[in-house]
Ligand binder design. Structure first.
Ligand code: AGP
Length: 601
């Protein structure tokens, strides 16, 4: 949700801190602030550009921390922006996460005469560190003592005016990486700001803290017990996080879909032997062979991808599958017999709080967990028992596009792999997977037609998305995309539901986007569409093969196996949402109220 960066070393910290905030702005962006040793603090409401414009050229120092905020407690004002300080002005702290017991901490400190300046939960932690620091005048000891009284989630970076060459970082539930330079260290809440400087990183795990100075680093538990951590190498490169001449990351990332599909299947298909290779699952093959029940979970688009995964596994393998939104699953009574059960957690960022907690809850019940994750080294990737990476590259746009398509491809591979464990894989689907990148290219090659349709419907205030079977979750995903980036009210329904109520919505100003490829339920869907047309409803049809009669607009995608059609039909919906949002001149990559990774509940 929020973005954190820090630097300590031989150079001026300020350029890295500002550029790092700009790279993280897609995570959360209603206010920002920076603290540099020896210079003090600057904070502004609004985007990072506002802070950047008021940072003087002599705002220079060898260590500093900075933060871009997505408000959870307290309005997005300068006063509530991070870094926050304590009563003495010695402690400076930035935080990502939620301090659940901040009210009790604040009340206790106010009773001791501490005067709070903001409405945030974070300031309670800064003030508590300040109190501990007066008792334990070593920064890491004061931070550890304060964190021992905290309940909630945090990723923090803390500095002191009295130990100017030191940054203390700690994490519980909100990600933090340490970038390793030559006698310099970088801190970031995700990999993006590190890429121009280093690809050697240490991932902090929950309950760990680190002390960074220009002379070296140490990593310990919160009880100061030393911990050895290996240095890992980031897969991504700086090129992959640039817009490459496109107006928005969202369009760039949609246009990457053919390459993303290729990356998802690369090295994983053996057509000659009708075999799927998933390295991460090889050690779990025996466990997967005994699978009798599967639960799939995720949030938002990852949940809709999970629904497709459910249909894929049931169709291809014949094992019972249930899918649940992670924020619901984690609170349901677990009635699953862990023997023969698997939880598949789908998450692009690998940091979504509800999905991560659903994984932890499943593990507490002894259920084997498998992650479908894009960000290497993310919390879900590290905490699941095994998994399959998307290899989709960084997705910067808040709206999930290429990552969603990659999730569908990986879930198809997992279904085929499970089939293999229980017998033989489906040759036809294997063959078709290799054709998907070219099918996607042909759809993207026709995007001007979609842009024209978007221009015709740009003024709509409402839209209905309908689909059946494999297209039912795609209807929901299409509605979400349109909502997210163009703020148009969009509903999604199973096509068969129209007569049970939604038909009442239909009039000429309430268009329907109908997912109607020529699949096993095409005729049924067509009759639902007739019900809409006969009541004056306009239809934008996403179909395959010959043009169905009587539609207002028709967008065709190539024929392929029914189970793989969602990978293709979702692409026009992403483009439609993008072009409508662009016609409204909206901040497409950073829609209002949203952030890329929901690391708080
Ligand atoms: C999708 O366009 C949204 N950005 C959102 O629904 C997202 O899919 C959801 O927050 C899950 O994120 P994750 O895949 O990183 O867990």
């Amino acid at each position: 949700m929020c973005g954190i960066v820090g630097y300590v070393g031989k150079r001026n910290a300020t350029p890295f801190l500002i550029e790092g905030l700009e790279a993280l702005e897609y995570r959360g962006y209603d206010s920002a602030g920076i603290y540099v040793a020896g210079k003090g603090v600057l904070k502004r409401a609004g985007k990072v550009s506002v802070l950047k414009s008021c940072t003087p050229s002599d705002f220079i120092g060898a260590a500093g921390i900075a933060h871009t905020r997505w408000a959870t407690h307290g309005a997005p004002t300068e006063n509530n922006a991070h870094p926050h300080t304590d009563a003495t002005g010695n402690i400076w702290l930035v935080h990502n996460g939620i301090i659940e017991n901040y009210r009790a901490i604040r009340a206790s400190l106010e009773a001791e005469g501490v005067v709070f300046r903001s409405e945030t939960d974070t300031e309670a932690l800064a003030q508590l560190v300040g109190k501990k620091y007066r008792e334990l005048p070593i920064l890491e000891a004061a931070v550890a003592a304060a964190l021992s009284e905290i309940r909630g989630a945090y990723g923090i970076a803390v500095m002191s005016t009295r130990e100017a060459d030191k940054i203390v970082v700690a994490r519980l539930g909100s990600p933090l990486l340490i970038g390793m330079g030559d006698r310099e260290y970088y801190v970031a809440s995700d990999a993006t700001p590190l890429l121009p400087h280093t690809r050697r990183v240490i991932y902090l795990d929950d309950g760990e803290m680190a002390v960074l100075t220009s002379h070296g680093h140490s990593i310990t538990s919160l009880t100061q017990a030393p911990i050895e951590k290996g240095i890992e190498t980031l897969e991504w490169n700086i090129e992959s996080v640039k817009k490459k001449g496109h107006d928005h990351f969202m369009l760039k990332e949609i246009l990457e879909i053919p390459e993303v599909i290729e990356n998802a299947i690369r090295g994983r298909l053996d057509l000659e032997n009708s075999h799927v290779h998933l390295g991460g699952l090889a050690d779990a093959e025996e466990r997967l062979r005994k699978t009798k029940r599967i639960i799939i979970t995720g949030c938002g688009s990852a949940y809709y991808a999970s629904l497709i995964g459910e249909l894929l596994i049931e169709e291809i393998v014949g094992i019972p599958v249930e899918t649940e939104i992670a924020s619901e699953l984690r609170y349901r009574r677990c009635t699953v017999d862990p023997e023969g059960a698997i939880l598949i957690a789908v998450s692009q960022s690998g940091e979504t709080a509800d999905t991560l907690e659903a994984v932890r809850e499943a593990k507490r019940h002894g259920i084997f967990t498998l992650g479908v994750v894009n960000v290497v080294g993310s919390s879900i990737a590290r905490e699941t028992d095994t998994g399959v990476y998307n290899h989709a590259g960084p997705e910067i746009g808040v709206a999930s596009t290429k990552a969603f398509v990659s999730q569908l491809v990986v879930l198809a591979l997992i279904a085929l792999y499970l089939k293999q464990c229980h017998g033989t894989a489906e040759t036809n689907i294997l063959q078709e997977l290799t054709r998907l990148p070219d099918y996607a290219r042909s759809i993207l090659g026709e995007r001007e037609q979609i842009e024209e349709i978007a221009a015709k419907y740009a003024g709509m205030q409402n839209a209905l998305f309908i689909g059946r079977k494999f297209q039912y979750p795609i209807a929901y995903e299409g509605a979400l995309k349109l909502k997210e980036v163009s703020y148009v009210h969009a509903e999604a329904y199973g096509a068969g539901e129209m007569k049970h109520g939604p038909l009442a919505l239909i009039d000429p100003e309430f268009p329907t986007i109908a997912l109607m490829p020529r699949d096993s339920v095409y005729e049924k869907t067509l009759s639902n569409i007739e019900e809409i047309r006969s009541r004056g409803g306009k239809i934008i049809a996403i179909t395959t093969g010959s043009t169905p009669q009587g539609m207002n607009e028709v967008i065709s995608v190539p024929e392929t196996h029914e189970a793989l059609l969602p990978i293709l039909t979702t692409i026009p919906l992403q483009l439609l949402a993008y072009y409508i949002a662009r016609s409204r001149a909206l901040p497409i990559d950073m829609p209002r109220n949203l952030a890329k990774s929901v690391t708080v509940e």
